[in-house]
Design a binder for this molecule. Sequence first.
Ligand SMILES: *[C@@H]1O[C@H](CO)[C@@H](O)[C@H](O)[C@H]1NC(C)=O
Ligand SMILES: *[C@@H]1O[C@H](CO)[C@@H](O)[C@H](O)[C@H]1NC(C)=O
Length: 616
Amino acid sequence: MENYLYKVLLILTLFLFFLVAVDSNILNKHHRKSRFKPIYPDPRFPVPFPINDPTNPINDHNDNNNPTSDGGDTTIDEEITRGDFETDFNGAWELLSPNSGVSAMQINLMPTNKIIVYDATIYRISRIQYPPGVPCVPFMDEFTHQMKQDCFAHSMEYDLDTNQARPLKVTADPWCSCGGLAPDGTLISSGGFRDGSRTIRYYGGPNCQKDCDWREHNEALKEDRWYGSQTILPNGDFIVIGGRRSFSYEFLPKVEGQITDKPYFFPFLYETSDLDENNLYPFVHLIPDGNLFLFSNNRSLLLNPTNNKVVRTFPVLPGGSRNYPASGMSALLPINLNNNNVTAEVMVCGGNNPNAFFLAETRKTFLSALQDCNRMVITDPNPTWDSERMPSRRTMGDALILPNGQILFINGAQVGTSAWWDADQPNLTPVLYSPEKAKGKRFKVMKPTTIARMYHSTSAVIPNGKIWVAGSNTHDTYKDHDKFPTETRVEGFSPPYLDPKLDNFRPQIIEQTSTKDLKYGVNFETQFSVKRGFHLTKNDIKVTMYFPPFTTHGVSMSQRLLVLKNEAFVKDIIKGVFKLTSVAPPAGEVAPPGYYLLFVVHRGVPSKGMWVHIQK
Ligand SMILES: *[C@@H]1O[C@H](CO)[C@@H](O)[C@H](O)[C@H]1NC(C)=O
Ligand SMILES: *[C@@H]1O[C@H](CO)[C@@H](O)[C@H](O)[C@H]1NC(C)=O
């Protein structure tokens, strides 16, 4: 009996030792072997301190940004604002293309109504080849050390009118790069992997009108930008921030083909990097005072991009990691230019535990994604995070701002993180969020799709108001048969505002007689018709402007929606046409120069978008 007890005790002790060992190996970050050199286990960035900088742009810009009404609207409708049309339509899905050739990892909608798509040359494969006459790309096979030819396109131009793809040629690897649409309509993409890590590549714009292809400039960046974020600035230039082990930012050159000036060391990126590097693809939002809101891992601050000063820091967002590879979502809420005091509010939702990537990579244990959704008015003197619960958990989702100011959470997974084979349980169900509704009434669950859109998936708001949904490749190559095969199918999702029952209330912009070239702060006219518009008043109509973002890895760079201030509103009874005068956004801080989709929104029901261009 004693002998038996002794054995049991011994086994129990050994088991306890085993538990402790497992615990310290797997969960203790200090002992754990990371593929990456450990940086600081604890970010040293102080929490939070205001910088009493008398030149703080927060204080001195607010007045300049508010165009004062010059009396144009005194005689016009003073009716009470009616609410948005309600609908029980929970969205609809359609297949737009059964095979678009290239899996949509990185995308940007262009003012030509084409979507530029690319993934990675490292795959050496896609589902579309270069057309005859386009030479293949020679490369050294890493395993056999033989020279081979890559005849597959890793980029394509997707035509929204025909749903056809035209193969494009990109050679320096643009894998996990970033980008943005320049004021002249050129798509500028920066960084990537290996030979592409310092490349700046250009597509379209005035330098090419028809059947364009990529123009690549290697070694144009000063540091590697793999998983960096690019954002347009008030003057139309771009800043590119971060990237793996690049704790700096730099400004893209003003002229195509030139190289950047210098990198600026940015300790914040270093200090928010943990063992899983949960601060890649930082969230960056240009706010109306000209500063950049930056969110990295669980911290955020405001950076003045003209003097490179940190203007202020914000409270830590508890609950987990929000950036890649935990991969939450973020958006700048619509900027309403009707307010005399233009505020900026950001949201950061979903993501995962700081250790989730490690557990997914090493043990294929997939932690549940985060379910919280947080907002903060960053122009408040004492801002705090206001938290809500989403209807479902989400990592690797997109947060798209819709033409009517609602936010759509779409794509991604419910467990796991970014990276190859690191997630499961696709979140097939988009969620619509109405930021202006009362807390508790903001989320609405949409109709689910049947196609998993996991790692390396994307989505975009397109001019007809639908959402273009594509990509998803959780593999290191293209896989046709797998639990989550490489996706080259493209879907369209129609949000509730596209309910056919609302069609009679849908405004139609009359493009021929509407202004398309806007100047900062200058009034302009939009003409439109509405089938059932006899009772329509000025208060029923919103004019919004949407900057088409560059989207990859759940980050929609430079995305913003502006709600314009409306002035005169006239109905031409004979022609059945409405003429609405709006004030163009006051400055580049509010609306960086370039192309926007302009929508006329009638009580939540948007028209088709019309491309407009704004500059000084
Ligand atoms: C913020 O993130 C870091 C790195 O993952 C973590 O060590 C820290 O505990 C987090 N802070 C809070 C308040 O969650
Ligand atoms: C403007 O908005 C901020 C943030 O909401 C507020 O603190 C400030 O008092 C407002 N200023 C005016 C003049 O209303």
